[in-house]
Ligand binder design. Structure first.
Ligand code: AMP
Ligand code: MG
Length: 330
């Protein structure tokens, strides 16, 4: 059962729809919610998604039509079921249900974290990696084992991207803060000690973000940005390395918006070289949140017969990747 799937992402700031088949992304359309001030406001983000959903879907259908793919070629509608902001998830799920009813095709509920991993496996040579998934809301180290993607380590409080964004706001930088911190960090090599919090295999970033804000009182912004990055990245690289040692796997895959950071890539690359494992980074468009990853995992699940009835298509803001029975792998 080879198919063509339309998928919609909308867990937080990025509203994005894509149509994919086994070979490639046929079309993609995106509209981004970017707050004028402060961070992501859940209700405003959901209102953004509600306002632009029909436009984004129309655009992706038009894009597919130009490639010779019409709505009647679509075999299933996939949507990000969670984790994410409840109001955003419900908005996108409503759009997905409407499309599934309109085209009379099945609905597929996709775990957002697993979609990051599967699009990475699709678009890089990685086959069975340890994945470091670092985004705004999520920070996890995952690997496949006996029917599930297991979480080997994760943040106990906020995601690394949120920790960066929160610190950046306290320093007067606009959202998203991560890219601005990266640029400022390049101007310093002066390390200021900050709390390095690895508990077993788990991580904590909330205190680190607060400590960085405190450090601004007596240090330059460049020095604090540099020290914040060095500390946080050393923490996640340590946990990734221990997951490699534990699982015996020989590949690392980087996923999530924070993965755009060149210093993080450099540190992971050094660790991977030392351990003689390969390191895989997808193209930037497949790293942060995107519609193609939802459509692609939706396609794998559809082909495995892993579909939902409308009645059972509720969203789950706390949807854990290790709650999913992996139906689409051998
Ligand atoms: P995502 O939730 O996966 O879409 O990723 C969004 C998060 O990635 C935000 O918290 C951004 O601040 C962060 N981010 C994006 N680019 C960078 C970068 N170059 N360095 C660090 N963090 C980044
Ligand atoms: Mg994400």
């Amino acid at each position: 059962m080879k198919g063509t799937v339309l998928g919609i992402e909308g867990t937080a700031w990025n509203l994005s729809a894509a149509i994919v088949n086994e070979k490639d992304v046929i079309a993609e359309a995106t509209d981004i919610y970017s707050p004028a001030t402060g961070g992501i406001h859940p209700r405003e983000a959901a209102q953004h998604h509600a306002k632009y959903a029909s436009m984004v879907i129309r655009k992706v259908l038009e894009g597919a039509k130009e490639k010779g793919v019409s709505p009647s070629d679509i075999d299933a509608i996939a949507f990000s079921r969670g984790p994410g902001l409840g109001a955003c998830l419900r908005t996108v799920a409503t759009a997905a249900r409407t499309l599934a009813i309109t085209y009379d095709v099945p609905l597929v509920g996709v775990n957002h974290c697993l979609a990051h991993i599967e699009v990475g496996r699709w678009k890089t040579p990685a086959r069975d990696p340890v994945t470091l998934y670092v985004s705004g809301a999520n920070s996890q180290v995952l690997a496949y084992r006996m029917g599930r993607y297991r979480v080997f380590g994760e943040t106990l409080d906020i995601g690394l991207g949120n920790a960066f964004d929160k610190f950046a706001r306290s320093a007067g930088l606009t959202h998203p803060g991560g890219p601005k911190i990266e640029q400022l960090a390049k101007k310093s090599t002066n390390y200021i000690p900050l709390p390095y919090v690895v508990k077993g295999m788990d991580l904590s970033f909330s205190g680190l973000s607060t400590a960085a804000t405190e450090a601004l009182k007596s240090n330059s912004l460049e020095d604090v940005c540099y020290s914040l990055q060095e500390t946080a990245f050393a923490m996640i690289v340590e946990v990734t390395e221990r997951a490699l040692a534990h699982t015996g796997k020989s590949e690392v895959l980087l996923a999530g918006g924070v993965g755009a950071n060149m210093r993080l890539r450099e540190m992971l690359d050094i660790m991977c070289n030392d351990r003689r494992v390969s390191f895989h980074v997808p193209e930037k468009r497949f790293m942060g949140d995107n519609g193609a990853m939802i459509a692609y995992l939706g396609l794998l699940m559809y082909e495995a017969g892993d579909v939902l009835s409308i009645e059972n298509s509720h969203v789950n803001p706390n949807f854990r990747p290790d709650d999913v029975d992996v139906t689409w792998l051998e």
